[in-house]
Design a protein around this ligand. Structure first.
Ligand code: ADP
Ligand code: ZN
Ligand code: ZN
Length: 736
C-alpha cells in the first residue's frame, strides 16, 4: 500500500562545510531551515562514517548533483565557535600555506570541540582556601606560597601545577584544614572597569626602556615593533608597561612565548603586576583545561593570555595587543600538518584587527631584522642592563694542540677553578646528551649504527643502552663487538653524561648537576633541578640547550660552550643564524646580577669569521654581515622558498614522484622561480623512511605561490603521489 502523503518536506537550504580531512576542498550538505550560522559546527555523513564539520557559508547553488547531496546529521552549536574575523584569518592562512582548509580550521579548535563536545564550560575541580590556623606555615615555604596563592581565589589543579604547586603540597594543606577541593563552574569575570596594577613592583625605567614604552603606548592601529634587547635588559618590563593602557581600555593582551618559555616564573611575573585573570594555553594542558581557557579567551573573561604557538589561532573577544617574546624561536613554526609560522600569522592578525604587535628578542631572526631595516617594523633597542648589572666579557679559547679532558681544556679548567673558589657557579654547555655520540670497536672498527636511520647510535652509559636520537630506537649495549667478538667497544666524541662523570674527578669538592632531556623526564624534575641551582646546592651545571633559555641564575659567572664546531660547517644556510642565537642565549646566562660574567667558547677554529664576529662585535654586527651574504646569494629573506618533502620506504618511490613533478613543472615556471632538486635529505633514511625534497625559490611571493599551485595540480595527476607521503612547506625553516 502506498504511504499516505504527509506534510510537505521541511524547507531546506545548502551548507558549505570544511572537514578535517587532507583534501584541498570544501563540501556541500543539505540542512533544514533555519540554517546554522557560518562558524557553527555540524555533524555530517562522510564516506561511511560521520564527522564534525564547520559551516563556512550558505551557498545559493552547488556543483554536486542534488540527488546525491546528503543532509547534515546534527547541528552542534547555536552560536559560532569561530567568529568572522577568525574565519577570515584561517581562510587566508589556508591560501597562503596552500594547505587543506579543513585541517587549517580545525587546528584552531580545541580537541574537545573537534570531537563535537558542547562549546561551554563544565564544572571543574578547584582548590580554594579555608579560614584556619596558618601559623604552622611559617616554616613550610611551599605550603605558605600555595596557601597565599589560593587566598586570592580558587584555582584548578592545572593552574596550580603551572605555578609550580604540587599535589603533595596541596594534600598537606588539606590535612591541616586550610584548603579544600570542590566542583565549580570556572569564574567568568568581567574584569573591565576595575584594573588594578601593583605599582610597588615597578622599577624606574632606564632611558631606553622609557623611550620604548612611550612609543608603544602611543601606538595606534596596526604598528609592528621589533624590540631588540640584550639578555637582562628588561624587555619584560617593557612588555608589562606596554600592556597597561591596553588593559585599562578593557582590551585583552596575547603574550606568545616559546614552547620552553612557559614557566611558572613567566606567569607569575604577569600576575604580580596585574590583578587580572591570566590564562595560559599550551600543549601540556588536558583537553578540558584547554577548552576552558579557549572559551575564556573567546568570551573575554581572560585579560592576559600567555600561550605557545597555537594560542595565536584562538578567538578573542577584544584583542588589543600581541606580544611575541623570543620571536626568533623555532617553536613558533609548526613542523607537521598545517605548517604555519605563528609569528607571521600574528602579524597578519594584528593587521586584520588593526592593533599594535611587539616582537621581542635578544637575537631577532634575520627576517625580522630585515623587516626593521626596510622600515616595515619600528625598531626599539635596549642595549644596556639596568642597574649595576654588567655585560659579560667574551673569550675564544683555542682548543687545538692542547690536551682536552672530557672536552675541557686546561685553560678552561683553570678559569672554572678560579670562579668556583670565589663561591660562584659555572655553567657548561654541550648540545649533545648521552655519554658518547658514537660507539665503535677498537679492534675491527665496527660502528654501532641504527638499523632504521643513516645515523650512529648514541651510547648512554646510564642504563647501558644505545639510543638513536633520530628515530628514538633503543637497545641494550652489546657486551662484545658483533663483528669480531672483541670486548673493546669504546665511545668517541663527547656527551653530557661524560662531562658530568669527568667533573666528579676533576672537581671532586664541588657538586655538579646535569640537565638534559634524559634526567628531566619526570614531571616537575626540571623545576626541582632549577630550584637546587638557585639555592646553591650545585656549583657546576652541565646541560644542553634546555639550560640556555630564559632561566636566571644570578651566581653563574662563567659560561662555557664546549663544542660548537660541528654547527660551523652544517649544510643548512640558517645554521649560522641558529648558532649565533644559541651562543648569545647561552652567553646571556652569565653575569646577570651584580657579578660580572665571562663567556668562553672553546673551538678548534678560533679564527673562524663567524666566531670572531660574534665574540668581538656582537650579534647585530654578525647579523648584518650574514644578511649581506644572503642578499648576494639570493637566499631568504631576499627570496622566498617552498619545499616539497616526500618520504617512502623506498628511495625509488620518492624519485618516481618528485622527478616527473619537477619535469612537468619546469616549463610552466616564470623566470623568477627556481626549481631545485629533487635531492635526498642530508640523512637520507630516517626511521626506515627514505626522504627526498624539491625546493622552489622565487624573487617574489606571488610567483612562488602560483608555482606551488601549479605543482599541486600536477601532483594530483601523478599516480606515484599515492605511493609516498608528501607535504608542502611554505617558508620552510629547515631543509631535511
Ligand atoms: P630580559 O627579558 O630583557 O632578559 P628582564 O625583563 O627579565 O630582561 O629583566 C632583567 C632583570 O632586570 C629583572 O630582574 C627585572 O626585574 C630587572 N629590571 C628590568 N627593568 C629594570 C629597571 N628599569 N630597573 C631595575 N631593574 C630592572
Ligand atoms: Zn670488532
Ligand atoms: Zn634511528
Amino acid at each position: 500500500m502506498k504511504k499516505p502523503a504527509t506534510t510537505a518536506p521541511a524547507p531546506q537550504g545548502l551548507l558549505r562545510v570544511v572537514l578535517p580531512v587532507p583534501l584541498r576542498r570544501e563540501f556541500d550538505y543539505l540542512c533544514p531551515l533555519p540554517l546554522p550560522a557560518p562558524g557553527c559546527r555540524v555533524r555530517v555523513p562522510f564516506g561511511n562514517r560521520t564527522m564534525v564539520g564547520l559551516v563556512l557559508s550558505h551557498p545559493e547553488q552547488t556543483e554536486v548533483d542534488l540527488a546525491r547531496i546528503k543532509p547534515v546529521t546534527a547541528m552542534l552549536d547555536t552560536s559560532p565557535v569561530l567568529g568572522e574575523a577568525e574565519r577570515q584569518l584561517l581562510a587566508w592562512s589556508a591560501q597562503y600555506y596552500l594547505h587543506p582548509p579543513g585541517e587549517v580550521y580545525f587546528q584552531a579548535l580545541p580537541t574537545l570541540l573537534r570531537k563535537g563536545e558542547e562549546a561551554d564550560y563544565r564544572p571543574v575541580e578547584v582548590w580554594h582556601s579555608l579560614e584556619g590556623d596558618n601559623t604552622t606555615l611559617s616554616r613550610a615555604v611551599k605550603q605558605r606560597q600555595a596557601y597565599e596563592l589560593l587566598i586570592q581565589g580558587p584555582m584548578t589543579p592545572g593552574e596550580l601545577a603551572a605555578r609550580g604547586v604540587t599535589s603533595a603540597t596541596l594534600n598537606a594543606l588539606a590535612k591541616k584544614g586550610l584548603v579544600q577541593k570542590r566542583e565549580q563552574l570556572p569564574a567568568r569575570t568581567d574584569w573591565r572597569g576595575e584594573i588594578r596594577i601593583h605599582e610597588d613592583g615597578k622599577p624606574r625605567l632606564t632611558t631606553e626602556q622609557a623611550l620604548a614604552v612611550s612609543l608603544l603606548q602611543q601606538a595606534e592601529g596596526f604598528t609592528p615593533f621589533l624590540l631588540e634587547g640584550i639578555t637582562g635588559s628588561g624587555k619584560t618590563e617593557v612588555y608589562l608597561q606596554a600592556m597597561e593602557p591596553v588593559l585599562k581600555a578593557g582590551q585583552q593582551v596575547l603574550v606568545m612565548v616559546p614552547e620552553i618559555g612557559l614557566t611558572p616564573q613567566t606567569i607569575a611575573r604577569f600576575q604580580r603586576r596585574f590583578a587580572l585573570p591570566v590564562c595560559t594555553l599550551h600543549s601540556a594542558m588536558n583537553e578540558r583545561e584547554r577548552l576552558d581557557a579557549w572559551l575564556a579567551c573567546k568570551d573575554g573573561s581572560a585579560a592576559i593570555v600567555i600561550g605557545t604557538r597555537s594560542a595565536l589561532l584562538t578567538p578573542f573577544d577584544r584583542l588589543g595587543l600581541i606580544i611575541i617574546d623570543e620571536e626568533h624561536d623555532g617553536s613558533f613554526k609548526q613542523q607537521d600538518g598545517f605548517r604555519y609560522h605563528a609569528r607571521d600569522l600574528a602579524l597578519l592578525r594584528a593587521r586584520q584587527l588593526n592593533i599594535p604587535i611587539l616582537l621581542g628578542s635578544a637575537t631577532p631572526s634575520f627576517e625580522s631584522l630585515h623587516n626593521a631595516a626596510c622600515g616595515k617594523y619600528q625598531l626599539l633597542t635596549l642595549s644596556q642592563r639596568p642597574g649595576s648589572a654588567t655585560v659579560a666579557e667574551h673569550l675564544l679559547l683555542d682548543s687545538r694542540h692542547v690536551q682536552l679532558e672530557a672536552g675541557l681544556s686546561p685553560q678552561l679548567q683553570q678559569l672554572m677553578a678560579g670562579e668556583l673558589e670565589k663561591g660562584n657557579q659555572v655553567m657548561l654547555f654541550l648540545n649533545r646528551r648521552g655519554y658518547a655520540p658514537v660507539l665503535l670497536c677498537h679492534d675491527c672498527g665496527w660502528l654501532a649504527d641504527c638499523e632504521r636511520c643513516d645515523a650512529h647510535y648514541t651510547w648512554h652509559k646510564h642504563g647501558n643502552r644505545l639510543h638513536c636520537h633520530h628515530c628514538d630506537h633503543q637497545r641494550a649495549k652489546p657486551p662484545h663487538c658483533p663483528q669480531c667478538g672483541s670486548a673493546q667497544l669504546v665511545g668517541t666524541g663527547l656527551g653530557t653524561e661524560q662531562v658530568e662523570q669527568a667533573l666528579a674527578a676533576l672537581f671532586p669538592q664541588y657538586s655538579a648537576i646535569r640537565i638534559d632531556r634524559d634526567n628531566t623526564r619526570r614531571k616537575g624534575s626540571f623545576e626541582q633541578h632549577l630550584e637546587g641551582i638557585r639555592a646553591g646546592k650545585y656549583q657546576i651545571l652541565i646541560g644542553t640547550q634546555m639550560l640556555a633559555k630564559g632561566h636566571h641564575f644570578p651566581d653563574v659567572t662563567l659560561v662555557a660552550m664546549l663544542d660548537v664546531d660541528g654547527a660551523l660547517f652544517a649544510g643548512d644556510f640558517r645554521a649560522a643564524e641558529r648558532l649565533a642565537q644559541l651562543y648569545i642565549q647561552v652567553a646571556g646566562r652569565a653575569g646577570r646580577a651584580s657579578k660580572p660574567g665571562r663567556v668562553v667558547l672553546q673551538t678548534h677554529h678560533p679564527d673562524h669569521a663567524l666566531l670572531q664576529d660574534l665574540a668581538n662585535q656582537g650579534y647585530r654586527h654578525f647579523a648584518h654581515t650574514a644578511l649581506e651574504e644572503r642578499c648576494q646569494a639570493g637566499l631568504p629573506p631576499y627570496s622566498y622558498q617552498a619545499l616539497f618533502r616526500c618520504q617512502a620506504t623506498q628511495g625509488e618511490a620518492c624519485r618516481a614522484f618528485l622527478v616527473p613533478l619537477a619535469q612537468q613543472l619546469a616549463p610552466a615556471l616564470p623566470a623568477s622561480v627556481l626549481c631545485l632538486g629533487p635531492f635526498s635529505a642530508r640523512m637520507e633514511r630516517k626511521a626506515g623512511q627514505y626522504r627526498y625534497q624539491l625546493l622552489l625559490q622565487a624573487g617574489n611571493r606571488r610567483d612562488l605561490a602560483s608555482a606551488c599551485r601549479r605543482a599541486l595540480a600536477i601532483a594530483d595527476t601523478l599516480a606515484a603521489a599515492r605511493k609516498v607521503r608528501w607535504s608542502l612547506d611554505v617558508d620552510p625553516q629547515e631543509l631535511w
